[in-house]
Design a protein around this ligand. Structure first.
Ligand SMILES: C[S@@+](CC[C@H](N)C(=O)[O-])C[C@H]1O[C@@H](n2cnc3c(N)ncnc32)[C@H](O)[C@@H]1O
Length: 462
């Protein structure tokens, strides 16, 4: 359908041309427009929305126009910028003319659904982002994951079972806790892992394109969090894949819809919105097998990214690597970030003084009504071996000696497990599963408690 629009290029583009000229004369990017107009008028003009007024709709090939109220705010503000020679009246006058031209065209082109928000329902193409609407796939069993969290937590506490780490990411509270943690400068591991990813994104992208070619890459962000690392990798992939005309799809896959929204906003901000198609997958990791057909929709290669030591949060880490392997095609890639301990002893937990991390791990209990400040001194961190089937893994176990809330008390509540791997043993397991290590990049994390390592692997199935 995009080609169909191409034949009609001249129709209905006066507003676009004037708007574009005005932006140029005022020296504004779409992003700067958004920030300044928001600050000065209180009206939000999301970047994807503004971009949809500047170029033809990717499905219908037609132009999309602002509604009258938005257009008036926009024209009044923009045409008053210094440098702008287009007047408010000229810009506004172009709109009805363009809309009429487009309506006339629609009447002579049956089956063309159009792309205007004023003109009836929009049909999103796969991966298309339009205004603030995205394409997504949702697991119907999410109700069992997201619903009734309080009762399920209470049952776990009564049965003295550890709280699975993913509980810290559930609910809106869990999402906000994670965002707050990523903004905390004391969370040195996170800082180090983001820095590593940013510093090596170009090299990783080049290695990906070399391994699979630049055509039709589908990038699956498994647990993207705020999307900062996915953005860095996709940004570099766009640059690497562009010369061969490749098209990129981004599939953020997460248990928490708020995390997916955040990641998409991060990834699409600025220049990537016109280069990357997006489809969210809202589902838990243990349903990955059921959802792999979603990202295997195109015949091109899939690049899965499991970053932020998310593997190390899993009690069944090795089994999950096997599940990942099974969900990939031969030749598909996995970008895997893990933490490794350096010295054999590794007796002390990294970041043991990290108040921020303790608070994050306590999150699920706050959902139940427990108050963190009343429990801070009861939280202990110890190091254990043998919690992962991957040999020589050292696991940091965060535990609260006593939890009291709303008249109930539980003792020795295990809040979180975080695995740190022995590099050589992890690699042996990964290769035994069937992956080939294409690249390995490491970065150090130096803290009060000694040195640890963040490792980024580029693995290929087969
Ligand atoms: C440790 S954070 C890592 C975030 C990001 N990859 C990074 O490196 O900054 C874990 C991410 O995985 C998601 N997650 C955790 N457990 C999950 C599960 N069982 N199924 C799906 N997503 C999960 C969380 O919501 C979060 O986005």
């Amino acid at each position: 359908m995009a080609g169909e629009g191409g034949a009609q290029e001249g129709i209905g583009r006066n507003f676009k041309a004037l708007f574009e000229r005005c932006l140029g004369e005022a020296g504004l990017s779409v992003r700067a427009l958004r920030h300044q107009i928001l600050r000065e008028t209180g009206q939000d003009f999301p970047e994807t929305t503004v971009e949809s007024w500047l170029r033809p709709h990717s499905t219908t090939g037609q132009f999309v126009y602002p509604g009258d109220a938005k257009a008036q705010v926009l024209a009044k503000w923009l045409c008053a910028r210094s440098g702008a020679t287009v007047t408010e009246e000229e810009l506004l006058a172009a709109l009805p003319t363009d809309k009429a031209a487009r309506a006339a065209r629609r009447n002579t082109a049956p089956g063309d659904s159009g792309g205007d928000q004023d003109a009836g329902p929009l049909r999103l193409a796969r991966g298309q982002v339009f205004e603030s609407i995205i394409d997504a796939t949702i697991y119907l069993g999410m109700d069992a994951v997201l619903g009734d969290v309080d009762n399920r937590l209470t049952e776990m506490l009564n049965a003295r079972r550890p709280i699975p780490t993913y509980y810290a990411y559930l609910t809106h509270h869990g999402y906000r806790n994670w965002v707050r943690l990523t903004e905390d400068h004391r969370y040195t591991y996170y800082r180090a892992s983001v820095d590593l990813c940013l510093a090596h994104a170009n090299a990783i992208a080049a290695a990906i394109v070399q391994a699979v070619g630049g055509e039709q890459i589908d990038f699956v962000g498994l647990g993207p969090g705020t999307g900062a690392k996915d953005r860095a990798l996709l940004h570099s992939l766009v640059a690497e894949a562009a010369p061969s005309g490749g098209s990129l799809f981004y599939y953020p896959y997460d248990i928490n819809p708020a995390m997916i929204v955040h990641a998409i906003q991060t990834v699409l901000s600025g220049d990537l919105s016109s280069r990357v198609a997006v489809k969210g997958i809202i589902a838990p990791f243990d349903s990955l097998g059921s959802f792999s057909p979603v990202y295997k929709d195109r015949a091109g290669p899939n690049v899965l990214a499991l970053l932020g030591n998310t593997l190390g949060n899993m009690s069944e880490d090795c089994a999950f690597l096997e599940t990942l392997y099974a969900s990939m095609w031969f030749g598909d890639l996995l970008v895997l970030e893990v933490r490794c301990h350096v010295d054999e002893g590794a007796d002390q937990a990294p970041g043991i003084g990290e108040e921020a991390k303790k608070r994050f791990n306590f999150g699920p209990l706050e959902d139940l009504g427990a108050v963190y400040d009343d429990h801070r001194d009861l939280i202990t961190i110890r190091r254990e071996r043998g919690r992962s089937v991957i040999p020589n893994t050292v696991t940091t176990v965060t535990q609260c000696q006593r939890v009291t809330c709303e008249g109930r008390t539980w003792t020795d509540v295990r809040l979180a497990y975080v695995h740190e791997y022995a590099e050589a043993d992890l690699e042996r397991v990964v290769c035994d599963i069937g992956f080939t290590v294409l690249e390995k990049i490491s970065g150090g994390v130096r803290g009060l408690e000694g040195e640890r390592v963040v490792l980024l692997y580029l693995l290929r199935k087969g």
